[in-house]
Design a protein around this ligand. Structure first.
Ligand code: G6P
Length: 615
């Protein structure tokens, strides 16, 4: 988590650093800071947001042609000015460091550096990097070489940017396990955690690879690899033209990114399924050149993911078992990586992640591969991410940048992709007749329009939200395919409105949670007109009989009647296998409107970050 920006140019870079940080705030927003070189290093730090940092820069008329900046999601040390980046060190020459990631051996390094006389003024692991580089600079007077020497001693995942007071006009950036890219502009060169931060100055980007160390000046750049603490060789990396548009990363007419992203879902799903819209039939090649060979060998699926992406995996497990007849396990990545699971030689391991940089998901996939799993597929929204590079097969969700911390369009595009995977596998395994395949393709083609329709229930959801805003707890119920959707609805509500929300498979209600039901506990039920509807209705009766207030999302043909204590919002007619995707929409809207009622920070909920690059 945390966002990094670095800039070295022939003009003042403070506006570039601030704008870049604003774009990266989704990565963390506990504190913000920057340092620029202008007759010495000038550092500004605040426990406020980037806007606050901007005010400080304005008041203090901070200017400089070289600078690094950071927006933090605290891991080591509370959010405070003292712990905010950039961190300083230096005896011979003062240096400043910004860092994203975690240094796992920081305690030992800290002791060693303290023994060398370095004084620590923060509780962060980052300060170790600053002192270590300063220590090495005493023997190796070149910053690039000193960074090479230093990173050989660091364990963990990181991206860093470093600058030096004595030789301004130069930034050193290094990547190992956390994202970092370079931007090549007309008047300067830049580094950042993602492309959106640099779109303001350039579209020409270089995605650094693990182990790359880059040196940036206003006139040029070079990339090297390091071996045993020394520069090993010069590296050439391709320059990519980013196809990100400023429209994709700006709010436009919306009040929040989450709102924008909810409403972008029809388009995001249409983009993700574009190849299907033009095809007569579904081909395994959608998942990569080797997909036909690999997918024809598999006999089971293992899905690894976290958070919302994990919920997408849970829905997919129903589809894969029912439609493709494949056994499917879905595991929370942070749990899987510490178990002793049995690897099947013909299991396809599927990593699902919006960002492609979630540390637990990457580590779990790595672990699965180390156990002998040979076949892997990533479903991911970021083309240049670590996850995409870690698997044999890949499918890109084309949701566009998702900036709101609570995931919305990434989830529905993941579901659309997973349904496509299901249909592909079902077809390859002769579980799908030509007629059924055509029906499925037609349903997928219709999905964007169906999502558009689902968005129309917003006024009704908004009215419900007023009632939820006064509550402290909520239960979400679903069955079968819609149980994970209930989980996702509960997660959305707790993430952004801070209302405690739990999801239960509706049949489990009587085994415990029913004890919680009273007039103060709203119960949200996802009640599409599927084979489990009559069972679900009995569960709802159990709630009603105990004075619980029911908020039911039903299909137009669900035959559930509104009555005292039973509120109903109807979507369109039952959408079959696509129903979980459509039923997600009103749940996202419910969370959004409850958060608005409560006045919480919708896009940047407390304590969270969008991209969790630490364990
Ligand atoms: C964080 C985000 C969630 C997201 C989860 C997994 O917790 O706040 O919205 O679902 O990470 O992220 P990923 O990028 O792997 O899908």
């Amino acid at each position: 988590m945390c966002g990094i920006v670095g800039a070295v140019a022939k003009n003042n870079v403070v506006p570039v650093l601030l704008e870049g940080l604003l774009r990266l705030e989704y990565r963390g927003y506990d504190s913000a800071g920057l340092v620029v070189a202008n007759d010495g290093l000038h550092r500004l730090r605040t426990t406020g947001r980037v806007a606050e940092l901007g005010k400080l820069a304005n008041e203090q008329e901070t200017l400089g042609e070289t600078g690094i900046a950071h927006t933090r999601w605290a891991t080591h040390g509370v959010p405070s000015e003292r712990n905010a980046h950039p961190h300083y060190s230096g005896r011979i020459s003062k240096i400043a460091v910004v860092h994203n990631g975690i240094i796992e051996n920081y305690e030992i390094m800290r002791e060693q550096l303290q023994a060398e006389g370095f004084e620590f003024v923060s509780d962060t692991d980052t300060e170790v990097i600053a002192h270590l580089i300063a220590f090495n600079l005493q023997q190796i007077p070149d910053l690039l070489e000193a960074v090479c020497a230093s990173i050989s001693k660091l364990q963990g995942a990181y991206a860093i940017a470093v600058m030096e007071e004595a030789r301004p006009g130069r930034i050193i950036a290094a990547r190992n396990g956390a994202p970092l890219l370079l931007g090549l502009g007309d008047t300067g060169n830049y580094a950042a955690s993602d492309a959106s931060a640099l779109l303001q100055v350039t579209k020409n980007m270089i995605y650094l690879e693990e182990g790359d160390v880059a040196e940036l000046t206003s006139d040029g750049y070079r990339i090297v690899s390091c071996l045993n603490g020394k520069i090993d060789k010069e590296i050439t990396r391709a320059v990519h033209k980013s196809n990100l548009t400023s429209e994709a990363i700006n709010l436009g007419p919306y009040a929040h990114f989450m709102q924008k992203e909810i409403f972008e879902q029809p388009g995001a799903v249409a983009n993700t399924l574009e190849m299907v819209f033009n095809a007569q039939s579904i081909s395994p090649r959608l998942f990569g050149n080797d997909a036909e060979k690999i997918l024809s060998q598999i006999d089971s699926i293992l899905i690894l993911a976290c958070g919302t992406s994990y919920h997408a995996g849970l829905v997919a497990s129903y589809w894969l078992e029912t439609v493709a007849g494949l056994p499917c396990n879905v595991e929370i990545a942070s749990e899987y990586r510490y178990r002793d699971p049995i690897a099947g030689p013909n299991t396809l391991v599927v990593g699902i992640s919006q960002s492609g940089e979630t540390a637990d998901t990457l580590a779990a996939l790595n672990y699965a591969q180390s156990l002998g799993h040979q076949h892997s597929l990533s479903i991911c929204n970021v083309a240049e991410s670590a996850l995409i590079r870690q698997t044999n097969l890949r499918f890109l969700t084309r949701a566009g940048p998702e900036i709101g911390v609570a995931s919305t369009k990434a989830f529905t595009t993941q579901l659309a992709s997973l349904l496509l995977l299901t249909v592909t596998l079902a077809k390859m395994r002769n579980k799908l007749s030509g007629e059924r395949e055509n029906e499925m393709i037609a349903a997928l083609r219709h999905l964007p329009a169906a999502l558009q329709l689902a968005l129309q229930v917003e006024p009704q959801v908004k009215a419900w939200a007023e009632k939820f805003a006064e509550k402290n707890h909520a239960l979400f119920l679903g069955r079968g395919l819609h149980y994970p959707i209930a989980m996702e609805g509960a997660l959305k509500l707790k993430e952004i409105s801070y209302i405690h929300a739990e999801a239960y498979a509706a049949g489990e209600l009587k085994h415990g949670p029913l004890a919680l039901v009273d007039k103060d506990m709203p119960v949200v039920a996802i009640a599409p007109n599927d084979v489990l509807l009559s069972k679900l209705k009995s569960n709802l009766q159990e709630v009603h009989a105990r004075g619980g207030e029911l908020y039911v999302f039903a299909d137009a043909d669900s035959h559930i009647q509104q009555s005292e204590g039973v509120h109903i919002i109807r979507l369109a007619e039952h959408a079959g296998l696509l129903s979980p995707i459509l039923h997600t929409i009103p749940l996202q809207m419910l969370a959004y409107h409850v958060a608005l009622q409560k006045g919480t920070d919708v896009d940047k909920p407390r304590n969270l970050a969008k991209s969790v690059t630490v364990e």
